[in-house]
Design a protein around this ligand. Structure first.
Ligand code: 5AD
Ligand code: SF4
Length: 452
């Protein structure tokens, strides 16, 4: 029997839960789901750690020093625990998965350790009805055991996890070990969760997965749409949900950009003209050593096909500099690829050796050399980012209002391209999707004027 089935009705006594989220959007989503699960136990979220009855650190393990950062954050909780001995401290996420019981051994103030695949058991753990450390990869799907997302009105943009884990085994990456093998959530659950979000006021959904475009599933046989669905087909089905105005997805692998997904960018108007497609390097030698299984040229040709389907699409990417064996020529190849694609924005990281990954013990590039390359690459990317933002001036774009702006009568929201846009709109509400003309580009935002 599941822990969830044993959950008693919500208790009136309110306790306070503080969650600190590190890392990616998947962790942001997981933190929301953990908050909902704990809500059924009578916990409400607080922004004030010192006021909390429970502190949960939802950790990330992607780059170095993640564990050290966790231990120093835990160290800083010692005075609070001394003052409030009943305070519960939990560690969730990928460091919990990787370190397991070592966390409680080093930091006995920690009460619970729960991995990313087992957090549906958190309520039972808190009640003392399940072990204090759970980091296995269960056969069951945690989403089947989590409470329905709460019947409250939600912010207009939401995340929805459709796929987890990764089978790609890039030589530098811990995800296949911390998040496990690729698992796709079933079509009906995804569509149900999406409809439910829309009923609660959500107008934009970002589909999440470590390798989201590797999602696949069995179509609903009842409507004669059975058979194997790829990610493009899922997006088309989501595009039929009345009231869902914007669809995004992240993060994708170039080798899983199927034809049906590329043409979805042409055919589904709700699918935003924005694609995060990490390439990591522009050197064939390094791409091979990274086990990316494609060349720079294949990536460039893929970009051409995507731009043919959706000419106004903005591309973003991730880069790693200083991967073991990277030469000046390899770095120059990466800069050339960046010039050829012209990205709207990108994340770039200095290579960080992760224990347990194939690249871990390879000789490292000199740290100062890697720093200099990172600076050069970031300078180029930030020139492209600036140009892309300035290029928005004069264009007419959709903006989904998310909160009031700094000045009276002002609203701020995200454009189709995820830029923050400030708009003078005294009669508008949060959740309105409006058409604006971009009139000005500031360092980190745009200013727009309502059209019509
Ligand atoms: N070192 C540096 N960057 C990394 N990433 C993943 N693993 C590492 C690592 N060991 C980056 C990749 C990935 C992003 C989420 O984090 O660029 O796309
Ligand atoms: Fe990690 Fe992404 Fe490579 Fe998977 S595809 S191993 S998540 S970098």
């Amino acid at each position: 029997m599941s822990d969830q089935a044993k959950t008693p009705a919500p208790t009136p006594a309110t306790k306070k839960l503080f969650i600190k989220t590190y890392g990616c959007q998947m962790n942001v989503y997981d933190s929301q789901r953990m908050a909902e699960a704990m809500g059924a136990e009578g916990y409400v979220l607080t922004e004030d750690q010192s006021d909390a009855d429970m502190v949960l650190l939802n950790t990330c393990h992607i780059r170095e020093k993640a564990a050290e950062k966790l231990y120093s954050d835990l160290g800083r909780l010692k005075p609070l625990k001394a003052e409030k001995p009943d305070l519960k401290i939990g560690v969730a996420g990928c460091v919990a998965q990787a370190e397991g019981e070592e966390i409680i051994r080093r930091m006995p103030l920690v009460d619970l350790v729960v991995g990313p695949q087992t957090y549906h058991r958190l309520p039972a753990m808190v009640r003392g009805e399940a072990p204090a450390i759970i980091t296995d990869f269960p056969e069951e799907d945690k989403f089947d055991h989590l409470p329905q997302r709460r019947a409250t009105r939600r912010a207009p943009a939401a995340f929805l996890t459709v796929q987890e884990g990764c089978d790609k085994f890039c030589a530098f990456c811990v995800v296949p070990y911390t998040r496990g093998a690729e698992v796709s959530r079933p079509v009906d659950r995804i569509l149900r969760e999406a409809r439910d979000l829309v009923e609660r006021g959500v107008r934009e959904i970002t589909l999440l997965g470590q390798n989201v475009n590797g999602w696949h599933g069995e179509g609903p046989s009842t409507q004669g749409q059975g058979g194997e669905w790829g990610f493009g087909r899922l997006i088309r089905a989501l595009g039929e949900i009345e009231g869902l105005d914007r669809i995004r997805y992240t993060t994708s692998h170039p080798n899983d950009m199927a034809d049906d997904l590329i043409t979805a960018h042409r055919d589904v108007p709700q699918l935003m003209p924005y694609l995060h497609l990490p390439v990591q390097s522009g050197s064939d030698r390094i791409l091979k050593a990274m086990n990316r299984k494609h060349t720079a040229d294949q990536y460039l040709r893929l970009i051409d096909r995507i731009r043919e389907a959706r000419p106004d699409i903005m591309l973003t990417s991730d880069f790693i500099v200083g991967f073991p064996g990277e030469s000046d020529q390899d770095h120059a190849d990466t800069l050339r690829l960046i010039e050829q694609v012209n990205f709207g924005t990108a994340f770039s990281f200095k290579y960080s050796p992760r224990p347990g990954t194939p690249a871990y013990e390879k000789p490292e590039v000199d740290s100062a050399v890697a720093d200099a390359r990172l600076q050069e690459l970031q300078a180029l990317l930030s020139r492209q980012q600036k140009a892309a933002q300035i290029g928005m001036v004069g264009r007419s774009l959709g903006v989904l209002f998310e909160k009031p702006g700094r000045e009276a009568g002002q609203m701020v929201g995200k454009s189709d391209y995820l830029h923050s846009v400030f708009v003078e709109a005294p009669d508008a509400q949060i959740g309105d999707l409006v058409q604006v003309r971009i009139v000005e580009s500031a360092p980190n935002s745009l200013r727009g004027e309502l059209i019509g």
